[in-house]
Design a protein around this ligand. Sequence first.
Ligand SMILES: NC(=O)c1ccc[n+]([C@@H]2O[C@H](COP(=O)([O-])OP(=O)(O)OC[C@H]3O[C@@H](n4cnc5c(N)ncnc54)[C@H](OP(=O)(O)O)[C@@H]3O)[C@@H](O)[C@H]2O)c1
Length: 294
Amino acid sequence: MKILITGAKGQLGRELCRQMQAGGSALGPLPERLDLATVIPVDIEEADLTARKEVATLVRRYAPDVVINCAAFTDVNGAESRRDEAFAANALAPRNLAMACREAEASLIHLSTDYVFGGEGTRPFTEADLPAPASVYGTTKLLGEQYVQYFSNKWFVVRTSWLYGRGGNNFVNTILRLADEKDEIRVVNDQQGNPTNAEDLAHHLLKLVPTKEYGLYHCTGSGVCTWYDLASEIVRLSGKKAKVLPCASDEFPSPAKRPANSALEHGMLRATVGDAMRPWQEALADYISELKLS
Ligand SMILES: NC(=O)c1ccc[n+]([C@@H]2O[C@H](COP(=O)([O-])OP(=O)(O)OC[C@H]3O[C@@H](n4cnc5c(N)ncnc54)[C@H](OP(=O)(O)O)[C@@H]3O)[C@@H](O)[C@H]2O)c1
């Protein structure tokens, strides 16, 4: 089996490659058949996924059995003013990949986001809930999901949220840096969601691959919190002295509208490979203790 990983230099792409090369992670070994698979990591230097011909050439050249698309335009605020770039990377690129995968008879695992939801209500969204994105990022990611479903016949669309992974430009690393620079950090307390460790997400994605149980999945850390709760736990676990104070979103006006609620429920994961996504606090504690050791 050959697995092509796009966006291989991003947070999730790196973690997937690491687990494939190490034969698994502390969460468990690779599923059977994947342990013998060849991994082909690619990023924008090898192929710009927004260019249809480059994608077709890439997929013909490697003839993968599976493509895991971790590439995206992930700057949520930046997408508001760079709509064309966000559309190209989040909608056209997965469209190109889906067409190339169909031709190669490869299955496609495509990553999407909690920001396809607009934030209404307080209960976690299920795979059956209708998306209603409030931002350009969310809208382009939703289009990407739809193109994958139109053009590929062997697809998984996996929505995740509040993702952090080693070396990534993410909320956890930002709070750790701010806690060194400031005595007090104000963090919004009126947006709730699920923090997700890239290690747990990669582990579950690799479990899904051999099942061929295609469809839409939600895969996030377990348990719901606000950004303020998350920041407080990051500072507590790291032993830093900074004080974390709650505030409202209006205090930090941002170009992109963020959903007040974007927590996701894992019904389809439970129905297939099982939901062993760790409570967000446990997965975060692991991440922070690994950072301390490195
Ligand atoms: N980060 C989050 O909090 C979050 C939350 C929910 C869902 N997700 C989704 O989860 C997935 C993985 O996110 P991540 O945080 O691992 O992303 P990331 O760290 O931003 O990595 C994305 C990678 O894609 C590459 N890329 C961008 N445009 C490309 C193009 N046109 N052609 C080829 N490669 C391109 C980027 O290269 P450059 O760095 O050179 O641009 C980068 O290496 C994405 O689908 C994202 O939408 C992320």
